[in-house]
Design a protein around this ligand. Structure first.
Ligand SMILES: [Zn+2]
Length: 145
């Protein structure tokens, strides 16, 4: 399997943004949980979260942990995705441009290789420019990720 094929398979899994919804109290969590963190119920169903949301709050880390200095400043946000609140990194935006209420969309990015040489892909969020997601843009992104 080529790298591109591998990325596309991963993309389908990652970009689906699966969460879980508690059937007893209604809490939606991401990533999926085995038990509800609020009421402890195991009566959860898997749901698909929207890929677009908005920034509820954020923080900017100018002094990242050792080994991640090249990624400074890191912008970490809590993003409202439907009924879920997701903690994730923002990308493609300058710290001074981030706003509460800013519309963002999910994107897949490569992160630093782990010690065993695996290059993990993670979901980050980037500002929605013009409010439309272009599939051409996504393809270009994956090719350069
Ligand atoms: Zn619950």
């Amino acid at each position: 399997m080529t790298t591109i094929q591998r990325i596309w398979r991963l993309r389908n899994r990652l970009i689906r943004l699966s969460g879980t919804k508690c059937q007893d109290c209604g809490l939606v969590t991401y990533p999926p949980k085995a038990a509800c963190p609020k009421c402890g119920s195991r009566n959860l169903i898997e749901i698909e979260l929207p890929r677009k949301g908005e920034v509820l709050t954020y923080t900017i880390l100018n002094v990242p942990i050792k080994g991640f200095e090249q990624y400074a400043p890191l912008i970490i946000a809590i993003i409202k995705l439907g009924d879920a609140k997701v903690l994730a990194q923002l990308t493609d935006v300058k710290p001074e441009e981030v706003r509460v209420g800013m519309k963002v969309q999910a994107t897949i990015r490569r992160t630093a290789p782990t010690l065993d040489g695996v290059v993990p892909y993670v979901v980050k969020f980037k500002p929605i420019k013009g409010g439309k997601i272009s599939s051409e843009e996504e393809r270009a992104e994956l090719a350069t990720a």
